[in-house]
Design a protein. Structure first.
Length: 263
């Protein structure tokens, strides 16, 4: 019996040692991968921006210094070059922000999410005071989340709603909460352009767009960023829509405390 116990203890110790070794190896691999990602981000941020600034700068100089020698077609071509380089700069910024989300420390705290949504909506209205938009924000909603990351979520969703209703003379945007399979879910709803639900699985992929740039501007990274933040909070995000019938984006958060009209 003693020999059997000793053999069992020896086997358990060996298993623990192997497990610790595997954990150490995986930790080292993860640290190496993060270091490589940081190096890549640095390269993107510095090495790729330099030629873009050069192209944009010389294009601008041509437009200013050689305007008399350019016809309308020449000026149009240069403006298109500048627009393309500036768009590439925005893509780089969005790509870097997306990569940082996986490494940003989270600090959860209780938030008045209604107040946060109202602040963002107010900024959007100030930026375009001429828009005829009915904004409905349910009061008293609270959540336990990282305040900075949750602001990014709401800024993206409300800005999208603002953008995709821009072709309507008057529009309606709503923020609120509703039950979903027994779990409270926040939502942002609009009555704008909407999208074909057959392509809903593409919504949250980086650089995926369901509308042409000529219709609505954007880099196609915003919803990928939102999804990554929601997943880091242990929640999920999904959307419902139809073409020309608006869209509703729902998201849940773990450890969420909801109060207000739903009580």
């Amino acid at each position: 019996m003693l020999i059997q116990i000793q053999e069992r203890d020896g086997a358990l110790q060996s298993a623990r040692d192997q497990l610790e070794q595997r954990v150490d190896e995986r930790t080292f691999q993860l640290a190496t991968a993060n270091k490589e990602l940081e190096s890549f981000s640095y390269s993107v941020s510095h090495d790729l921006r330099a030629p873009l600034r050069t192209i944009d700068g010389f294009s601008h100089a041509l437009l200013e210094d050689c305007a008399d020698g350019l016809d309308e077609a020449g000026r149009t071509h240069l403006n298109r070059i500048r627009a393309a380089t500036q768009r590439m700069g925005l893509l780089i910024d969005d790509l870097l922000n997306l990569s940082r989300l996986s490494r940003t420390d989270m600090h959860r705290q209780s938030l008045d999410i209604s107040t946060l949504a109202s602040s963002i909506a107010s900024d959007l209205r100030k930026a375009q005071p001429g828009r005829q938009i009915e904004l409905r924000i349910e009061e008293g909603l609270k959540a336990t989340a990282d305040p900075g990351l949750l602001r990014v979520v709401l800024e993206n969703l409300l800005s999208n709603a603002w953008k995709f209703t821009s072709k309507r003379a008057s529009a309606r945007i709503e923020f609120g909460m509703t039950p979903s399979n027994g779990t409270p879910a926040f939502f942002v709803r609009d009555d704008g352009a909407g999208f074909d639900p057959a392509y809903a699985d593409r919504l949250f992929g980086a650089f995926q767009r369901l509308h042409a740039m000529t219709e609505f501007a954007g880099t196609g990274v915003g919803l990928a960023t939102v999804q990554r933040i929601i997943h880091r909070h242990g929640g999920r995000i999904w959307a419902e829509s139809a073409v020309d019938r608006g869209a509703t984006f729902y998201f849940t958060l773990s450890e969420m405390v909801a109060q207000g009209a739903q009580q």
